[in-house]
Design a binder for this molecule. Structure first.
Ligand SMILES: *[C@@H]1O[C@H](CO)[C@@H](O)[C@H](O)[C@H]1NC(C)=O
Ligand SMILES: *[C@@H]1O[C@H](CO)[C@@H](O)[C@H](O)[C@H]1NC(C)=O
Ligand SMILES: *[C@@H]1O[C@H](CO)[C@@H](O)[C@H](O)[C@H]1NC(C)=O
Ligand SMILES: *[C@@H]1O[C@H](CO)[C@@H](O)[C@H](O)[C@H]1NC(C)=O
Ligand SMILES: *[C@@H]1O[C@H](CO)[C@@H](O)[C@H](O)[C@H]1NC(C)=O
Ligand SMILES: *[C@@H]1O[C@H](CO)[C@@H](O)[C@H](O)[C@H]1NC(C)=O
Ligand SMILES: *[C@@H]1O[C@H](CO)[C@@H](O)[C@H](O)[C@H]1NC(C)=O
Ligand SMILES: *[C@@H]1O[C@H](CO)[C@@H](O)[C@H](O)[C@H]1NC(C)=O
Ligand SMILES: *[C@@H]1O[C@H](CO)[C@@H](O)[C@H](O)[C@H]1NC(C)=O
Length: 888
């Protein structure tokens, strides 16, 4: 592989010039959202790129590499070679002259999709439920090891879009739940974990792809404040964590497709958040050649499906756009240097020379296959079945996350069924407890509802290496304990349809010491529809007659334990209030160790620490306020306004007068109990409450190397494939021109449709809220330090998750927003001090007029509790220097 050995003096000089350009005071622009030009990396926010050694060094290497590339080689790195044109889900062209193969991109986000000898991890929603930064990071590291080991350069994950505006959202479970703070922490930890293993992470889907229905056409209308305080928030954490790539989504935002949207990509992501990596399109989410390039897209995926003669919007089409002068050289150079900088950023330290060959094919399970499947071209060994599971270490981690993400929603102290201890007999009921007869991967991309559910469906899946069902693990435990064990359906029976046989279920449950009943629901991507659910869930009840089954079992056994495998909340009022339901556990989608993780919790080997990463409603989906758009009045132009603003999930339940809910956000029981005391709040007197806006100007757009733009056919000839070049035929995207005489691209668009500013490479003002990765560096100043004591008052070791909620004040703000949490393990009788830092960002609102975060003059209050409704400690926040509270 290619690595620079030294920096060319001219490059170093150029870099120094860029980084040390004196800051010129800029006049505030009077255009509210100057979305053009696309910010060039190491331009806006360059102080920060310099301050972050990882990016600075990566940029030096990338600039040296890119400066040596020809126009065709540059375009090669920006454009996918086409669907199934190479072995990965996404592939770019390479630079054979320098021995640099094209990039391999693969789904994500819960494991390596479409391969073998990989792990099936719990998805985002489960790791969010652990509220454990440690487990978030470890999962990211393990994912990075598995992707890297297969020769993958870019893992298509993690996801914090959808955030989870609506609980039915088909892909909510792939992410970390609807609270932006929790999602942001999980996003950042996962990204750092993945990238520490030499693999580029991809923060997706950017942005507002909150539902599967109409995902490719819906126009989401959103106000600027909601964008900043809710949906953009976790992406700021991703950028701050140094994420190498971001994937723009399918939907439109305020009338423009996400991958063509100069507000979301140029203004917010690359300018305000000073993102230094590259933006790739979701698969076929790019719609134009010029619009996408000028709005900041850097990589087109999967690259094909464009007009003749190139069958690509980019590839030869982008080469032409550059030669025609529609796309300035600096914009192309910026695309490529961003891509290569992300590559060099993760290839440091032990991973500097780490780039295993691609050793699998996403398109076949056989050893032999085609290197270029869409063309049936070059048959050879394509699958080496490299085992990337780290000799069982990843399985152990999966089991731990599976157990620590279980949320104990109810545990009746009178019946005291849990934790189990050698019960005389157990009756196990429900299809969801059992193995799927055809094996855990019987349905492609898990697109069916059979057997125990341990992940959702769609592209966010991986094949299971194995799946330990609850029935297998519980039977094993029962045998060890001499517990009489009966199941419905019987172990070798079929696992679908039995949930309707309530009579047999009751016969099995009646008289058993403990009846454990399993119920589930699933959700996924709209590439499949299961029982009429096209990705999004049509309702919030349990599937497969689950509610009736639970009621029937509980009717005959007062020691009923309910286990739920669901992608998010179900309407839980009836189950929760059923006096015969002694315990309820939400296990989410636990991954390959499902049964083992569950048994660890049921038997008290792991004291539950899971906390619900979303709110559970009682009887109706209407209780959630914001609703999914199932049937657009104008299906050709579906549009939805996110009028609820920041009030989703618990923010809505706390806010609405009618809001009634049964299990609040952050809730989860333990086998022990905790006491909170001695709360202190310390204001950092050194930090002013008033944040000076970022100022200055960027350097002009840099160009790397010379591109010969002369339209003389003799000059143009260098951009046509050499005569002896053997193309992969018939389907492969190349960057060469069709001929050297004329430019021929099918429908590049018209450059006169764009403002002059779109191609302006002159110095640009730094936005007031920018200046560093993730926004203004002052946003991350610590304004308050909180301390509290937590004591374990019970007889067993347990982990409490204290949660900090901040009330920002006024009716436009929620009652409280999550701004801190810790994982505190305590032995019986033990007390520990916990500390939380509140940054300026944590206590600020977005001011749409000044386009900056501000500490408002509304009095603020901080709460510490076990969940959003169970507050143990509170205090007002003293006004920082420069601020006087004027409103209560
Ligand atoms: C790249 O570097 C090589 C060796 O220094 C040089 O011969 C070649 O012309 C360079 N190519 C470009 C496009 O700058
Ligand atoms: C572009 O990439 C393709 C696929 O890797 C490769 O065949 C081709 O030679 C590359 N073009 C150039 C000019 O390097
Ligand atoms: C997007 O639309 C909303 C609602 O129509 C509006 O408040 C907001 O200013 C628009 N944002 C941009 C960037 O145009
Ligand atoms: C590979 O095997 C898995 C697991 O059995 C299956 O789900 C998938 O469809 C197979 N893929 C191909 C391309 O045959
Ligand atoms: C590749 O082979 C498959 C199976 O024989 C066939 O269906 C397909 O049309 C072929 N594709 C091309 C591009 O030849
Ligand atoms: C189970 O029963 C067998 C035979 O009665 C006995 O030897 C064994 O110790 C028992 N095991 C437990 C864990 O009680
Ligand atoms: C909700 O959807 C599931 C899955 O399609 C279905 O089994 C169930 O009957 C539905 N519930 C209601 C109340 O319609
Ligand atoms: C707890 O169990 C007791 C005994 O079965 C029952 O009377 C009581 O109603 C149950 N409590 C709840 C909240 O279900
Ligand atoms: C909490 O504060 C009280 C009163 O100041 C003090 O007596 C007690 O020791 C403190 N508790 C801890 C755990 O420090």
């Amino acid at each position: 592989m290619w690595r620079p050995t030294h920096h060319h003096p001219a490059i170093t000089w150029l870099l120094l010039l860029l980084l040390s350009t004196p800051l010129i005071h800029a006049v505030n622009t009077d255009v509210p959202f100057p979305g053009y030009p696309a910010p060039w990396a190491v331009g806006v926010g360059s102080e920060n790129a310099a301050a972050d050694p990882a990016w600075a060094e990566a940029y030096a290497q990338a600039i040296e590499f890119v400066s040596n590339l020809t126009l065709i080689e540059k375009v090669n790195l920006t454009t996918g070679t086409g669907w199934e044109a190479d072995r990965c889900i996404g592939n770019t062209g390479g630079v054979p002259r320098l021995g640099f193969r094209g990039f391999c991109l693969e789904d994500g986000p819960l494991g390596v999709r479409y391969t073998q000898n990989n792990s099936a991890f719990p998805p985002g929603i489960n790791v969010a439920a652990t509220f454990s930064r440690r487990l978030m990071r470890l999962r990211g590291e393990a994912l990075g090891e598995e992707f890297g080991g297969k020769g993958i350069d870019i893992m298509l994950g993690p996801a914090a879009g959808p955030l989870g505006r609506v609980p039915q959202g088909g892909r909510d479970w792939e992410g970390f739940g609807p609270d932006p703070y929790l999602a942001g922490v999980a996003f950042g930890e996962t990204i750092q974990g993945i990238q520490s293993r030499g693999v580029i992470a991809c923060a997706k889907h950017y942005i507002l792809n909150e539902q599967e229905h109409y995902r490719g056409s819906i126009d989401v209308r959103i106000d600027d404040r909601t964008m900043h305080e809710l949906y953009l928030w976790p992406f700021a954490d991703a950028v701050r964590a140094g994420v190498g790539s971001v994937m723009c989504s399918y939907n439109k935002i305020n009338g423009t497709y996400a991958c063509e949207n100069e507000w979301t990509t140029n203004y917010l992501l690359k300018n305000e958040l000073a993102f230094q990596g590259f933006v790739m399109s979701d698969w076929n989410a790019q719609h134009t050649t010029l619009g996408s390039a000028l709005a900041g897209l850097d990589m087109a995926m999967p690259g094909d499906k464009g007009p003749d003669p190139y069958q690509s919007l980019w590839g030869g089409g982008l080469t032409e756009a550059v030669l025609r002068g529609d796309i300035p050289q600096w914009r192309l150079d910026d695309m490529v240097v961003r891509i290569m900088a992300a590559y060099f950023k993760v290839h440091t330290g032990d991973y500097a020379d780490y780039r295993p060959d691609i050793n699998f094919s996403a398109w076949t399970n056989e050893t032999e296959g085609y290197l270029h499947p869409s063309s049936n071209h070059t048959r050879t060994v394509v699958n080496e079945f490299v085992d990337v599971q780290a000799d069982g270490k990843h399985a152990e981690l999966i089991r731990e996350i599976g157990a620590k993400s279980v949320v104990l929603l109810k545990n009746n102290e009178t019946t005291a069924v849990l934790p189990l201890s050698k019960p005389a007999s157990i009756a196990l009921i429900g299809d969801d407890a059992h193995d799927q007869p055809g094996g855990p991967n019987a349905c492609v991309d898990r697109g069916c509802f059979q057997g125990t559910i341990a992940m959702g469906y769609g592209s966010g899946t991986a094949d299971f290496p194995y799946l330990i069902s609850p029935a297998t693990a519980l039977r094993r435990q029962a045998e060890a304990d001499n517990t009489t064990f009966t199941t419905t359906p019987p172990p070798d029976g079929i696992t679908t349809g039995n949930n309707w046989d309530l009579e047999t279920a009751q016969k099995t449950a009646a008289g058993a010491d403990v009846a454990i009943v399993f119920a589930a629901a699933t959700a996924g991507e709209d590439i499949f529809s299961i029982d009429g659910n096209a990705g999004d869930r049509n309702n919030l009840t349990l599937w497969g007659n689950g509610d009736a089954l639970i009621a029937a079992v509980a009717a005959v056994n007062p020691r009923t334990v309910v286990v739920l495998h669901t992608p998010g909340p179900v309407l839980i009022g009836d189950i929760l209030h059923n006096p015969n339901v002694s315990a309820i556990l939400w296990a989410g989608f636990p991954g390959q160790e499902s049964g083992n993780s569950l048994v660890d919790v049921l038997y008290g080997r792991v004291n539950p620490q899971g906390r619900s990463p979303f709110t559970w409603a009682d009887k109706s989906v209407d209780e959630y306020g914001a609703q999914l758009l199932f049937d657009a009045p104008d299906p050709k132009h579906p549009s939805q306004s996110f009028d609820e603003g920041v009030f989703i999930d618990y923010r809505w339940f706390q806010h609405s007068a009618t809001g009634y809910y049964t299990v609040p956000f952050g809730f989860g029981l333990s086998y022990t109990s905790f006491r909170y005391s001695n709360f202190t709040v310390t204001l950092n007197e050194d930090v002013s409450g008033i944040l000076d806006p970022a100022k200055g100007q960027t350097a002009p757009a840099p160009e790397y190397g010379d591109i010969d733009l002369d339209d003389d056919p003799e000059h143009r000839a260098q951009y046509v494939a050499p005569d002896d070049f053997e193309r992969v035929l018939p389907f492969y995207v190349y960057s060469w021109l069709n001929n050297s005489e004329t430019l021929v691209a099918g429908s590049p668009g018209n450059i006169s449709d764009f403002p002059e500013a779109a191609r302006d490479g002159s110095p640009q003002p730094v936005l007031p809220a920018s200046g560093a990765q993730g926004g203004h560096p002052g946003l991350y100043d610590v304004l308050y330090t909180l301390t509290a004591y937590i004591e374990n008052q019970g007889n067993v070791t347990g982990t409490e998750i204290p949660q900090v909620y901040v009330q920002l004040g006024g009716h436009e703000n929620p009652w409280g927003v999550l701004r801190g949490f810790e994982e505190v393990e305590l032995a019986p009788g033990e007390t520990k001090e916990v500390t939380f830092n509140l940054t300026r960002r944590d206590v600020s609102n977005w001011n749409t007029t000044t386009q900056a975060w501000e500490f408002t003059t509304r009095e603020k209050v901080v709460f510490v509790g076990s969940n959003v409704r169970d507050i143990h400690l509170n205090s007002s926040l003293p006004a920082p220097k420069g601020i006087t509270y004027t409103y209560p």
